[in-house]
Design a protein around this ligand. Sequence first.
Ligand SMILES: [Zn+2]
Length: 280
Amino acid sequence: MTAKRRTVGRLAPTPSGELHLGNVLAFGAAWLATRADAGELLLRIEDVDTTRSREHWVEGLKNDLDWLGIHWDRETPRQSLRTYQAELESLGGVYYCRCTRAQLGGLPYMGTCRLQNHSEGAVRWEVPPDPIAFEDRKFGPQRVQPVDFGDPVLKRSDGCFSYNLAVVVDDIRDGVTQVVRGADLLEFTAVQISLWRAFGSKEPSFLHTPMVLGPDGKKLSKSHGSLSIRALRESGKSPQDVWRKVLPWLGLPGDDLHAALPFFRPEIGPVGPIQIDAAD
Ligand SMILES: [Zn+2]
């Protein structure tokens, strides 16, 4: 008889701006899902895209998480300190692509450069044709044909490794068994599962939290500065004020993340998108 593997979850913020309410929803859910399994929660700074990431955001992210009571057990090496070259080279079916954005015309990439034997450019992966079926813990059964999206870029022509490659390699190295994150990443899940399997690993469970839209109807981002956690804190709001707003998005009562833990179930609550009013 084999013992059930201990749950390992992760908080994986990108230091490209301030934490906002959509991030709080995803990180709160990650904390709850890991603690509900008495698992270990890791913090990993996802700064693989050095053109977007800035060191000065990192401390602010950690302070905001701490202020909200989203405590992690251990920080793992951030992406800018890791390399993904060996894993990239271990994959079959990778090739250089020299097509420009204009040549692609916004269409899925159908492998124009597969047989061209280019010696430089972006590195793409000939994604296996198998359909990927998985069960999202909130959004339910999903079935996606990764080839419909075309061969993904795993390393850009500027030398940056792609998010899809980095996140899968990191989660394998870090022993992650459950991934909890915002619904904007749901569409990348199938190609990531293809990568997990290509590396000979069993993929984790997935839970995507609803998209949160600002008063303008657009996905929350750093352009919604007044809804950043720092701005809310500086306007006199308490962590309880934040949780009173966010916990109902997870179908949970009250104004305290830790007190809500016994009631947490991944499948309850709205699937969204959740619209924030200007008056909030
Ligand atoms: Zn190409």
